[in-house]
Ligand binder design. Structure first.
Ligand code: SAH
Length: 302
């Protein structure tokens, strides 16, 4: 049998369009796409590998260009929208995507590494092993990295501090928190695939018994809640954060802090205004590659 040709298709795009571009590549090639930020450029690169037969590079490029035009028509600017298509030698296939997944260190405290990495932890450093999969959250994205830094730095909140992870994706934040001593750790996601992946990742990291994971939709949780958490991480989208402000803040402990992430820089002011009205103030924030994340605390304890 003739070996299947393998292609690596990458598009350099904008932060606002990265998700739409990833969805386009997934639709065209039937494979999950990965997004990474090159060290030398602020533009995210979306990549997919394809082994489909009977498709030439010109046809692929035309289909991508049509998809990018459609994205632009919906109001998201995908510029620079540079497309790169290259043949990958078959023997490279299983290895080539791995280079996008670096190990991540959150100071001397936390190391996140894929299972193939040989990097050794520093003495006392907590290790989370996580391979890229179908669910969001390998720590590579600035929004996830901000949440991880907050989880590391807020370990002193309460003894032990409790954590609520709204939209857990791969489960990374909850797994790291459980390993760092947070308890209880509760995580939810409305996507059944995410919950399955997060459960498997928690098992691989031997914290399945310490992370309470459920498939739930934030918008359907009771508005009020008796249980309150010292740290809440919500790496969601701005519209959801604004619409669900009550459900979110009603779960925050009087001494707790709330981490809001997944917000494009130009949408942050609206989110901050909404949470200020709810009685919180911004105590820390960070802008990276067009994403702005913030940590909030109560102005006066509720
Ligand atoms: N916490 C991870 C993943 C964030 S991606 C990280 O920081 O990297 C956002 C996740 O929120 C996705 O897995 C998505 O399925 C989930 N999500 C989106 N809307 C939701 C909702 N209404 N209720 C619960 N989860 C939701």
């Amino acid at each position: 049998m003739k070996p299947t040709r393998l292609w690596q298709i990458s598009i350099s795009t904008s932060t606002q369009a990265e998700e739409a571009v990833a969805a386009l590549l997934e639709r065209l090639f039937g494979q999950s796409a990965s997004v990474y930020l090159p060290h030398d450029s602020p533009q995210p690169v979306v990549t997919v590998f394809s082994g489909k037969r009977n498709e030439n590079a010109r046809a692929k490029r035309a289909a991508i260009q049509a998809g990018l035009r459609h994205i632009a028509e919906t109001g998201l600017d995908p510029a620079p929208a540079q497309i790169s298509i290259r043949r990958v030698p078959r023997e490279d296939w299983s290895e080539s995507w791995k280079k996008y997944f670096r190990t991540i260190e959150i100071g001397p405290t936390l190391l996140i590494k894929p299972s193939w990495s040989k990097k050794k932890a520093r003495p006392g450093q907590v290790v989370v092993v996580l391979d890229p999969g179908l669910s969001f959250g390998t720590g590579q994205h600035p929004t996830t990295a901000f949440c991880l830094r907050q989880i590391v730095s807020k370990r002193a909140l309460g003894l032990p501090p409790s954590l609520l992870d709204l939209g857990t994706g791969s489960g990374l934040l909850s797994i790291a928190a459980a390993k760092l001593g947070y308890s209880p750790v509760r995580a939810l996601d409305s996507d059944p695939v995410a919950v399955r992946v997060a459960k498997a990742n928690a098992r691989k990291n031997r914290v399945a018994h310490r992370v309470i994971l459920s498939r739930s939709d934030l918008t359907r949780l009771p508005v009020r809640s008796k249980t309150r958490y010292h740290l809440i991480c919500a790496n969601l989208v701005d519209s959801l954060l604004i619409a669900q402000v009550r459900r979110i803040v009603n779960r925050l402990h009087p001494d707790g802090v709330l981490v809001l992430s997944g917000i494009l820089e130009n949408q942050f002011a609206a989110v901050e205004k909404c949470y200020s009205h709810a009685g919180l103030r911004l105590i820390e924030c960070q802008v990276q590659n067009g994403w702005k994340s913030g940590t909030f605390a109560w102005v006066t304890q509720p």
